[in-house]
Design a protein around this ligand. Structure first.
Ligand code: ZN
Ligand code: ZN
Ligand code: FE
Length: 760
């Protein structure tokens, strides 16, 4: 008995080798019919025995190619046509118009084995790829995703490559970046004077240079990297000095998982993500005494490690490269460099050699960063490997473009039930970053196929993105409060709607009262948020300077905790720099000169770190807080005291008792790690208590956690446990960063929900 069924498969199923896979599966099961891309997804009709069809559907769902993300498979029976063969039907243009652009993907294991097979025509060819792997987003210049709209368009396929490209049974069928030594891109090496270097073996020469301590600018997938031998203290120091990056941890690349496991603790969950096609930088707890130079990641407990993800990386390690520092090629805080000329001019004072090639990078994309915490991999920087896969929303919303915050910025476009987040753009302070921001708007409009006339941005009047929003013509602008955006971002990725309790903990965000918020308890839904509590405010002398001079936060905390006697305490622990006296700070606070009031939890962490003698100044935001987390040791005997207060329904979370106790313990000689651990406990417990109080008042049980402080693993894990222990339901970020990289998603969903509610 012959049956025929029609399947519509939705999700990321186009441009990822899905149709060849369907073709092979149908052939193996002796099914007749066809497969075709359509605007609704991939359409398949198949006929054969009932058993074969059942097995076929099982394979669709279970053994599809690695880059596919199947969302739904609709199936219904139709009358058999008694066909005898299975075919891939050419797509209509309408069908190709909806081919999703997929993320760049690490070289797959099949390609790696061909790369090192001396009999293969792509032996050691640095641009080998297939339908399962290779560049995608970063080579796209227009839609639909087709070779002619990528930066591969200038490389006509040779006969053999063309054969692969057009053969449905081949694993390179419609691999848009398909290439070989005869027809594809090639490498070139330049010195720092821009002169071509032509050694007999480029990779041998590069490896030797790296071992000699040289710095190489390496053109990658989404931009240039600067590489140096990660085991040589001198080489790393030179790289830091030339890049003006004093202490911020650098990521490294090692040959394989075994090598990674010798440097840092690598559990099975971390291993999966480390070896995934996304190949992010994983933050792993580093071992003492590993061969990696200490200055790669000074002061912090983690090492950022990734594995090779392009053929060039694989070949370098094949030639015996040592572990490499791999850092985005830019001067500090600028966007990653992508063009050959741009690299040679912007980086000539930094790199000794430039390994470039003639396949252009069209879309900048940094390495993504992932950490495993509270049972899940959690993205801290969302870029290569993850972008532009949309975040699936729980309902359809009006189109909105959200311009993001000011630091760690991303953009987001919401259209229908999808949210397209841009790659990480970074800090919006330099002209380069602002250019990249504007390019990203164009790119994201193409990728999402939407040009929204509603624009969402922050409430801060001085943010660059807020000013841009104000200048957009014919657009309606909706301002979204920073911490409300954080909470809605986390709600969106967890498919939550309705009213929740939000705990937003971060460094800085503009509050509705114009002051600096950052430790906020909210009652929020997608459209609105009400402040229900916050960290009891303290004065921060010098305002924003406290970000880089955390002794200022410490002074503010002491002043609040000790009242009039704070000056003596500050003196006794040598807190203030020589140029500063307690009286001056008191006067600043009394007259409110150059002094802001803040409820920032990030600044509380910074301040406590300073009080424990960790450091008084930092070279990047959050450094003191990271070191406080890194030193937290063992299980604490006790939790530092704190106070949860109520004043006219506003809940206050006051760390003055914790500050007094931390200073006292420190003076008694209690080890810093123990105090740090006890402070983390207090931080988690205080918020859980405040949330529980609010829950009793409101009946709300869902508690949504967001903000940069939740990059702190101890805080996140403790907080989740404390909330659950009180019968509350905690939700945290995983696919979207908890830090300001997730803000644009929250802004977009919030504005879209407001507009939708108006229309309903
Ligand atoms: Zn491959
Ligand atoms: Zn070729
Ligand atoms: Fe924030």
């Amino acid at each position: 008995m012959i049956h025929r069924a029609r399947y519509i498969v939705t999700g990321t199923v186009q441009g990822v080798g899905f149709r060849p896979f369907v073709y092979r599966a149908a052939a193996e099961l002796s099914l007749a019919g066809f497969v075709q891309n359509s605007p609704d997804g991939v359409v398949i009709e198949a006929e054969g025995s009932r058993e074969a069809l059942r097995e076929f559907k099982y394979r669709l769902a279970q053994s599809h190619p690695p880059l596919c993300r199947i969302h739904t498979i609709y199936e219904h029976g139709i009358p058999p046509l008694h066909e005898t063969s299975f075919s891939i039907v050419q797509s209509t243009d309408a069908g190709y118009g909806t081919v999703d652009i997929t993320p760049d993907s690490a070289t797959c294991s099949m390609c790696v084995s061909e790369l090192f097979d001396p009999h293969n025509r792509r032996y050691l060819y640095p641009f080998i790829n297939c339908t399962d792997c290779g560049p995608r987003l970063t080579i796209v210049s227009d839609i639909p995703y087709d070779r002619k709209n990528t930066t591969m368009s200038c490389f006509p396929l040779c006969e053999e490559c063309s054969e692969e490209y057009t053969n449905p049974a081949d694993r390179r069928f419609h691999a848009e970046p398909n290439a070989c030594p005869a027809c594809g891109p090639s490498l070139m090496l330049y010195d720092n004077g821009g002169r071509r270097v032509q050694p007999s073996d480029i990779f041998q020469y590069l490896c030797n240079s790296i071992k000699d301590g040289k710095i190489i600018a390496l053109k990658g997938i989404g931009g240039f990297h600067l590489c140096a031998d990660a085991t040589q203290e001198d080489a790393v120091a030179r790289l830091r000095q030339r890049k003006s990056r004093e202490e911020k941890p650098l990521a490294i690349m090692v040959k394989d998982a075994d090598a990674a496991g010798r440097i840092a603790v690598l559990g099975p969950d971390e291993l999966d993500m480390l070896e995934s096609p996304q190949r992010p930088i994983m933050l792993l707890k580093k071992y003492a005494g590993s061969p990696i130079a200490p200055s790669v990641a000074p002061g912090v407990g983690d090492m950022g490690i990734m594995l090779p993800y392009t053929p060039i990386h694989h070949i370098l390690f094949f030639y015996g490269s040592p572990p490499l520092v791999m850092t985005s090629a830019n001067r500090s805080d600028e966007p990653i460099c992508v063009g050959n000329r741009e690299a040679i001019s912007r980086l000539s004072g930094i790199a000794d050699f430039f390994l470039v090639h003639n396949r252009d990078i069209r879309v900048r994309c940094d390495d993504s960063i992932v950490v495993h915490a509270a049972g899940l991999p959690r993205v801290q920087r969302r870029a290569r490997g993850f972008v532009p896969t949309p975040i699936q929303l729980s309902r359809s919303l009006p189109d909105v473009l959200a311009l993001g915050p000011h630091l760690k910025s991303t953009l987001c476009i919401v259209t229908e039930n999808k949210a397209f987040l841009s790659p990480h753009i970074g800090d919006m302070n330099t002209p380069e970053a602002r250019d990249f921001f504007h390019q990203s708007i164009e790119i994201m409009q193409k990728i999402s196929r939407s040009r929204p006339s509603i624009v969402a941005c922050d409430m801060h009047p001085d943010y660059y993105a807020t000013r841009v929003a104000g200048q957009m013509r014919m657009c309606r602008v909706i301002h979204v409060q920073h911490h409300h955006a954080h909470i809605v971002s986390c709600m969106a990725e967890n498919s939550i709607t309705g009213t929740v309790i939000g705990i937003a903990l971060d460094g800085t965000g503009y509050g509705t009262d114009g002051s600096v918020w950052g430790g906020e308890l909210l009652v929020a839904d997608e459209e609105a948020a009400k402040r229900a509590g916050h960290v009891s405010s303290f004065f921060m002398p010098g305002g924003a300077r406290a970000v880089y001079e955390p002794w200022r936060s410490a002074a503010g905390l002491l002043r609040k905790a000790f009242g009039d006697s704070w000056g003596a305490v500050a003196e006794s622990i040598g807190l203030l720099p020589d140029s500063m006296r307690p009286e001056i700070i008191d006067r600043m606070a009394e007259r409110q000169i150059n002094c802001v009031k803040t409820s920032s939890m990030g600044r509380v962490f910074d301040g406590v770190a300073v009080l424990l003698g960790i450091r008084a100044r930092v070279s990047f935001e959050g450094q003191a807080a990271m070191e406080l987390e890194a030193c937290a040791a063992g299980r604490s005997e006790y939790c530092l005291p704190f106070a949860v207060t109520t004043d006219n329904d506003m809940i206050g979370i006051d760390y003055s008792p914790a500050v007094r106790s931390a200073v006292e313990m420190s003076q008694k000689g209690v080890p810093r790690g123990d105090i740090s651990r006890a402070f983390h406990d207090a931080a988690a417990r205080s918020w859980a208590e405040a949330a529980s109080l609010l829950s009793r008042r409101t009946g709300i049980e869902r508690v949504v956690l967001s903000g940069g402080c939740f990059q702190n693993r101890i805080l996140l894990e403790h907080m989740v446990a404390e909330l659950a222990g009180r019968g509350l339901k905690p939700f945290a970020h995983a696919h979207v960063p908890a830090n300001d990289g997730g803000i644009s998603l929250g802004q977009a969903v919030c504005a879209a929900a407001i507009v939708k509610a108006e229309g309903d």
